[in-house]
Design a binder for this molecule. Structure first.
Ligand SMILES: [Zn+2]
Length: 209
């Protein structure tokens, strides 16, 4: 915690005086460009690796960057909190882009691929069910990039699977069909600090540079 408190003090003393106007403007309301859905992993810091400022990204983070698919009556069968945030970003803030971002060496993907029993973490075990289709995809169709290790092969396919889950919601599907919303799949390689974007026409992740 010491590092955290020191960081807060440093921000107040050194950073804030240089961006006082920015925060005065931010206090009037938010108009983010995109909804960014990423893993809770502490090494994945979207505002940092995308050099974005406060106010630019509306962010949802959870274990494995998973989206619970649409169940009966157009409602989630998994996590109301997550879909509440998606609805708010898309319907109220009217973001034009939704980015789902996976990453290398993801603990959630490790747990899925290793078949971890997780008997002492029943909520985590239950939550990871939303990644089971990704695992099946890897078994049925193989990886997008065979040179990646299995956990990363799964992580990349998981991004595509979660994009499918997102599209299973009628309000998302309709927005995409009207051209009001675009869905993007990204993948972050931690060791290289490199971001890759999925290109459907090539069926692979291409380095953003
Ligand atoms: Zn992760």
């Amino acid at each position: 915690m010491k590092k955290l408190f020191q960081g807060i003090i440093d921000f107040r003393q050194r950073v804030y005086p240089t961006c006082r106007d920015k925060f005065t403007e931010l206090a009037k309301g938010q108009h983010p460009d995109a909804l960014f859905i990423a893993c809770s992993d502490s090494r994945v810091a979207p505002n940092w690796f995308a050099s974005s400022d406060p106010g630019d990204l509306f962010v949802i983070r959870n274990v494995g960057n998973l989206i619970s698919p649409c169940g009966t009556k157009g409602l989630t069968d998994g996590d109301e909190s997550e879909l509440a945030a998606v609805e708010f970003a898309v319907l109220n803030l009217k973001v034009a882009d939704v980015i789902i971002c996976g990453h290398s060496d993801c603990g959630a993907m490790h747990a899925l691929i290793d078949g971890a029993s997780l008997t002492e973490a029943p909520h985590l075990k239950s939550w990871l069910r939303h990644g089971k289709d990704s695992l099946q995809k890897l078994k049925d169709h193989g990886p997008l990039n065979a040179s990646e290790k299995p956990v990363n092969q799964l992580s990349q396919l998981n991004v595509l699977q979660q994009m499918e889950h997102m599209k299973s919601y009628p309000f998302i599907h309709e927005k995409i069909a009207k051209g009001e919303l675009k869905l993007h799949g990204w993948w972050f390689d931690i060791a290289k600090a490199a971001i890759y974007s999925y290109q459907a026409d090539q069926n692979k992740f291409i380095l953003i540079e």
